[in-house]
Design a binder for this molecule. Structure first.
Ligand code: HEM
Length: 415
């Protein structure tokens, strides 16, 4: 099947439908390559504010680090809750420049709004309609229905407006998504003032307006918060239930990094960790399916696919197909050795989707996850406890989650 045949993603969120397309469509028509590259650079490696993630994680680590927490309250904890707070802090910081620090300030307004946003989005009827019938959801969105509660939207709109105003007045500057949008806007304005008129008409430039910036930020918030949290939760569950694998991951971290500062380059040297993350995403893909809309009539084997049909790609069943993955329920990181990968069809492993609408935040997510893992495993060993459910029972939603809390125990490493 042609990889680019099903061009449009029919899923994710109603916001993704309208807002991400602004950058993608603009870039594909060549009208606004620079807006797109500014947006994607935030999520790519070039300017990723590693130090911001690091800062948040340090708050996280120091919280865990306190002996009373490690040997007391935090010895047994629900890893889902902790990871959710970590990814929420990171994403709010990298997008809006807000230090939510939710591990210590559970009740401040922004956290409450963001939590409502995500809690409701999972249980919300609109979300269900959206996944079952993206077309009906699109129709409902046009009629003004939204999966995001109105007071949360109003609160976030006001918040982003205030941040934009402060950044435009240059009274505050941070290395985050909003700053990139502002810098790009100023760069374009400057070029428009200095360029010769004939050059201006040759290059049609576009910046995002305030509504579009807010929309982009919300898309990244929705798409990036729960997914990475799910990855981390299952990763730590695997560490607890597969102690030999945990030891190998720890030894690699110890050998490659020692006590050195964690850098982007060093994180990328951790090849065994990479394979363990890949295997975690195979067994527990955060998105169990995604959709495409057929852009033309197509014949696939005995099936006629009329233009406009919505095709669901069943990621979870593909990742558990015994014909592709022998003993699919067994956790075997070596499946991701390059020699093994070369034997498989690339479409048999799709945690981040594929094609022109694949996950734009993949590198961000992997970096964020690796940083959290390295910092946590250097400090503590993850173990099962009496309350750990093995095997973990899975919930029924499109975004994979465990049915119950994932209770784990941590023990501080002696060295
Ligand atoms: C482990 C973490 C993550 C997983 C497993 C994941 C997975 C996915 C998948 C399966 C898709 C649909 C791809 C397709 O249809 O081909 C997607 C889309 C998307 N993801 Fe992620 N994602 C993760 C983290 C993130 C993060 C951290 C961000 C942003 C900060 C993000 C932003 C997006 C956006 C904006 C889209 C929509 C792209 C489009 O429609 O063009 N994701 N993601």
């Amino acid at each position: 099947m042609q990889r680019n045949f099903f061009q449009e993603s029919a899923c994710l969120t109603n916001l993704a439908c309208s807002v991400v397309r602004i950058t993608r469509v603009a870039s594909s028509t060549g009208r606004s390559i620079r807006v797109f590259s500014a947006a994607s650079a935030v999520l790519g490696i070039v300017t990723l504010p590693l130090q911001i993630i690091d800062l948040v994680m340090d708050g996280h680590a120091s919280h865990q680090n306190q002996p009373s927490n490690v040997s007391g309250q935090l010895q047994i904890f629900d890893v889902k809750m902790l990871n959710g707070q970590y990814t929420l802090d990171n994403i709010a910081s990298c997008l809006f420049g807000i230090e939510t620090n939710s591990l210590q300030n559970e009740n401040i307004t922004i956290i409450n709004h963001l939590k409502t946003f995500f809690t409701l989005s999972a249980a919300n009827l609109f979300l269900l309609v959206f996944f079952l019938s993206p077309r009906l959801a699109r129709h409902l969105s046009k009629k003004g229905y939204s999966m995001i509660p109105r007071d949360t939207t109003n609160y976030l709109t006001q918040l982003v407006d205030q941040i934009l105003a402060r950044r435009r007045q240059h009274s505050e500057r941070r290395n985050d998504f909003i700053q990139m949008m502002i810098d790009h806007e100023e760069e374009v304005k400057h070029e428009e003032q200095t360029d010769k008129p004939e050059r201006q008409s040759a290059i049609l430039k576009k910046t995002l307006n305030d509504k579009e910036i807010l929309g982009q930020a919300l898309v990244f918030l929705v798409a990036g918060y729960e997914t990475t949290s799910v990855l981390l939760s299952f990763f730590f569950y695997v560490m607890a239930t597969e102690p030999v694998i945990q030891e190998k991951v720890y030894n690699e971290i110890h050998q490659e990094l020692g006590d050195d500062e964690v850098t982007y380059e060093k994180l990328n040297q951790l090849q065994y960790l990479d394979m363990v993350i890949n295997e975690t995403l195979r067994i527990y893909p955060p998105f169990t399916r995604f959709e495409r809309v057929a852009s033309k009539d197509y014949q696939f084997g005995n099936y006629d696919i009329p233009k406009g049909s919505i095709i669901s790609v069943p990621v979870y069943p593909i990742h558990h197909d015994p014909n592709v993955w022998p003993e699919p329920e067994k956790f075997i990181p070596e499946r991701f050795l390059s020699t093994e990968k070369a034997k498989r069809h690339p479409m048999t492993y799709l945690p981040f989707g594929d094609g022109p609408r694949n996950c734009i935040g993949m590198r961000f997510a992997l970096l964020e996850a690796k940083l959290a893992i390295v910092k946590a495993l250097r400090l503590v060993e993850i173990q099962k406890c009496d309350k750990t459910e093995v095997p973990v029972q899975l919930g029924q939603l499109t975004v994979l989650s465990s049915k119950n809390p994932i209770w784990l125990r941590v023990e501080r490493r002696s060295q």
